[in-house]
Design a protein around this ligand. Sequence first.
Ligand SMILES: C[S@@+](CC[C@H](N)C(=O)[O-])C[C@H]1O[C@@H](n2cnc3c(N)ncnc32)[C@H](O)[C@@H]1O
Length: 291
Amino acid sequence: MPTSDHLSSPIFSSLTPVIEESTDPTYQLRERLQQWCGVHIGPDKSYLLTNRLRSLMQEIGVTTYDALLKLAEGNRGLKVRERIIDALTTHETLFFRDKSPFDAIRNHLIPEIRRAAGKCQPTLRIWSAACSTGQEPYSIAMCLVESIPDLSDWTVSIVATDVSAQTVAIAKEGRYQEHEISRGTTAQQRQRFFERDEEGWSARNNIRRMVQFMVGDLTSTTQPAGTFDMIFCRNVLIYFQREVAQRVLGRVVDRLSSSGRLFLGSSEIPLGAENLLVTERLGTATCFRRR
Ligand SMILES: C[S@@+](CC[C@H](N)C(=O)[O-])C[C@H]1O[C@@H](n2cnc3c(N)ncnc32)[C@H](O)[C@@H]1O
């Protein structure tokens, strides 16, 4: 059963305050955002639009949300729409976030995959869905390099997707400021996996070449091809309403291999997921397998 934490998550919230469409200038834009990428911003959070769209609106030279929306829906609107999605999605992330999934990879999943491969070359496909600025997939890459001494004998691929094109571009570049790199990495990891210059830190090739970044919308029917041994879909379902979260989760689960594991954010198990998933504890991590 969901805890009170779960119940306060937007996934389960159906009691959002009702504000008449006609009195709320953000209504159309919030509705459109949800149609474009599933992200739900309730009327009680419409201040987010004001704060996050201010500089874009100044740059484009519009003063109302209606005018912005018109531009986004016009013939050449795709770029504006992309910029609105960049601005209104939340990209908070850090290296080795929540730690326990990475311990599960090191201590349980790598040994399991090695055992299952026997004398064959092990293969490992991982999808970081909603990868934000790249900290999650690069953490997975670091974790694999650190825990697989014979990694060059493995066939490994990490696919990382996010709906925000600007965020994916930042992730691909793999450059981080001091305050970003110090959130989650050890001095030893910084030295081994990043190069420092006057402006910050860049991911070295030893992790960069392991990750393939793509723009991808979890609410669309088109997702990275094939099945995955691990899927990280963390801290994104909380931005969707319940039906959208359930639909996205169903599609993500379809991409799990028969022995694959899914990692969600700690308060992100939508109601009804027990029909699709079996919960498993690996050390201190909770993950899910296909039912
Ligand atoms: C809070 S970040 C989470 C990043 C990372 N998974 C983590 O746990 O640290 C949420 C990310 O979800 C992305 N996102 C929101 N809606 C999405 C969608 N429909 N498809 C793919 N990514 C989406 C946002 O752009 C944002 O980068």
